[in-house]
Design a protein around this ligand. Structure first.
Ligand code: HEM
Length: 183
C-alpha cells in the first residue's frame, strides 16, 4: 500500500481529527525548540546499549548527522500537515533504518523514550487542564509514526523475500533495494 493511503487509514484508526491537528500545531512553538535537547537525550539513551552503539559509531560522522536528522523529524511531529508527502518521508526513514541494520526490536523502545522525554516536557510546561489534550494529540501522532515505521519494515522484509534473499538477510536486502529504486 502507498504510504499516503496507509496514513489515511492510520488517521482514521487512531482518531486523529482536526482538533488534535490544531493542538499539535499549537504545541509547535513549545516543542520544536526542544528538538535538539531531545535528540541529545535520545542518542545518549541509544548509545548506552552495546548493539545500538556499534551501529551508531560504525560510520564516521554518522551520530553528528543524526542529531540534525532526528531534530528535523521531531519538529515535523508538530507541523500540522499530515499528508502523503509527510507519510512518504516518514516511510523512507523507516527503510533507512532497516537498510543499516537497526533491528525491529530496537524501534519500539526508542519510540518509548521519545514519548517519555516529550511527556515530561509537556507536563512541566503546560497548565494542568491543557496537559490532557496535548498528551492525547501527541500519543496519536506517535502511534501513527510507529505504525508507518513498522509498515516500512514489513515492506522491506517482503521485498527482500521476493528478491530471493535468505531469511536473515531479507530485511536489509529488501530495504536497500527499495531505497535504490527510489533514487
Ligand atoms: C523513535 C525512533 C527513531 C527515530 C525517530 C529516528 C530518526 C532518524 C532519522 C530522521 C534518520 C535519518 C534518515 C534519513 O537519512 O533519511 C535516522 C537515521 C538513522 N538512525 Fe534513527 N531513529 C530512531 C531509532 C533509531 C534506533 C533505535 C537506532 C539504533 C541504532 C537508530 C540509528 C540510526 C542510524 C544508524 C541511521 C542512519 C544514519 C546515516 O545516515 O548513516 N535510529 N534516524
Amino acid at each position: 500500500m502507498e504510504a499516503g493511503a496507509l496514513l489515511c487509514q492510520l488517521i482514521n484508526r487512531t482518531g486523529l481529527c482536526e482538533r488534535h491537528v490544531q493542538t499539535l500545531r499549537r504545541l509547535e512553538p513549545l516543542m520544536a525548540p526542544m528538538a535538539s535537547e531531545i535528540a541529545l537525550a535520545f542518542y545518549d539513551y541509544l548509545g548506552r546499549d552495546e548493539e545500538m552503539r556499534a551501529i551508531l559509531w560504525e560510520v564516521p560522522g554518522r551520530v553528528e548527522r543524526l542529531y540534525q536528522s532526528f531534530a528535523d523529524w521531531y519538529r515535523g511531529l508538530f507541523c500540522g500537515k499530515y499528508d502523503a508527502g509527510y507519510a512518504e518521508k516518514r516511510a523512507r526513514i523507516g527503510l533507512v533504518h532497516a537498510a543499516v541494520g537497526v533491528k525491529p526490536s530496537f524501534i519500539m523502545p526508542a519510540f518509548g523514550i521519545v514519548q517519555e522525554l516529550s511527556l515530561e516536557h509537556l507536563r512541566n510546561a503546560l497548565r494542568s487542564p491543557e496537559v490532557f489534550g496535548a498528551v492525547e494529540a501527541f500519543e496519536k501522532i506517535m502511534a501513527i509514526e510507529a505504525a508507518l515505521m513498522q509498515d516500512s519494515y514489513m515492506q522491506a522484509m517482503e521485498y527482500g523475500y521476493r528478491l530471493g534473499a535468505a531469511a536473515d538477510q531479507a530485511l536489509v536486502a529488501g530495504a536497500r533495494a527499495i531505497l535504490g529504486k527510489a533514487h
